[in-house]
Design a protein around this ligand. Structure first.
Ligand code: PYC
Length: 322
């Protein structure tokens, strides 16, 4: 047996619900996932990583998924009042929080008839987030406390010279820079991906990290919006080397932390963050001590309610890629 996906005689079946949030997909594992026991979510995430990593790969990589997919394993909540608890993952590993994924998860719970419009607490490995499901569909996520860690950090990026950006936390770690190397359009996706990969490699080369040595695995570039009703457009590189199709919930949270720190946005003021597809998250944040508490609003749609099949004879039952 390989951990996570046992080669047993019976075919294993895993029920998943797929959705997209403003373009970015989420796959919620509703039944048939690994048993992680009880205890703090951060500990259960470590158990997932240690004992069931093959399951993660099988869920989000080819032939069942792709590198754009974010998985969300539903696990029993710790607190009796929580609507759900989840561990987010992708092709590269495990995420602390995921904004678009939380919106997708809440929409999925509504699709399953497990929740109705209103307030719902969702537990994640980096804290509990309050969400509000609007009767008309949109979901607001009151994210974990977010903050700017360092401002105006210069980094030498091969082929691009000195790139200056802020390091901020929004549930994941981000390097945020203004002034894209080229227009933030889908046609420039390759050049933007190449640029952000180089920025990330340069940060790693120089040992630039988030607090406590945390790896900065998301790079966010900001530029002018295509629609004048919005405030900015972004391009966000995710840990697995692929870009976020949505405006990125944790990335928008990190951006809000920087905007409030600079006094460019007031507490409670609305920021309309456009993503690379032109879809929008509406965000705002208020001060909470030295950090800010961001709220992100967006919409998800369920696109599949299905069962994944793990045939014990399939040599690629754990996915094509290691
Ligand atoms: O929406 O927070 C987010 C997110 C992180 C990675 C992909 N999406």
């Amino acid at each position: 047996m390989v951990s996570g996906v046992p080669a047993r005689s019976a075919t294993r079946r895993v029920r998943v619900i797929d959705s997209h949030t403003e373009g970015e997909p989420t796959r919620v594992v509703v039944a048939g996932g690994p048993e992680l026991g009880r205890g703090p979510l951060a500990e259960r995430r470590e158990r997932f990583r240690r004992d069931h990593d093959a399951f993660r790969r099988a869920l989000v990589s080819e032939p069942r998924g792709s590198e754009v997919l974010v998985g969300a394993l539903l696990v029993p909540p710790e607190a009796p009042g929580s609507a759900a608890a989840t561990i987010f993952f992708n092709n590269a590993g495990y995420l602390g929080m995921c904004g678009h994924g939380t919106i997708g998860l809440v929409t999925t719970l509504a699709h399953l008839g497990r929740i109705r419009p209103g307030l719902h607490a969702i537990e994640t490995p980096v804290g509990t987030v309050d969400t509000v499901l609007d009767p008309s569909g949109p979901v607001t996520v009151r994210n974990v406390a977010s903050y700017r860690y360092r401002a105006a950090v210069p980094v030498e990026v091969p082929g691009h010279g000195t790139v200056v950006g802020d390091i901020a936390y929004g549930g994941n770690w981000f390097f945020l820079t203004d002034g894209p190397p080229t227009a933030l359009t889908l046609e420039n996706e390759r050049a933007l991906t190449e640029f952000t990969l180089r920025v990330r490699a340069a940060l790693e080369r120089d040992g630039v990290t988030g607090a406590d040595g945390a790896r900065i695995d998301h790079i966010e570039i900001s530029g002018p919006p295509a629609d004048r009703h919005n405030h900015a457009r972004n391009f966000v590189l995710c840990p697995g080397g692929i870009f976020d199709r949505s405006p990125c919930g944790t990335g928008t949270s990190a951006k809000l932390a920087c905007l409030l720190a600079d006094g460019r946005l007031g507490p409670g003021e609305v920021w309309r963050q456009e993503g690379i597809l032109g879809t929008v998250f509406e965000g705002s944040a208020v001060w909470e001590g030295p950090a800010v508490r961001p709220s992100i609003r967006g919409r998800a749609f369920v696109v599949a309610d299905s069962e994944l099949v793990f045939d014990p004879d399939d040599p690629f039952r754990e996915g094509l890629l290691p």
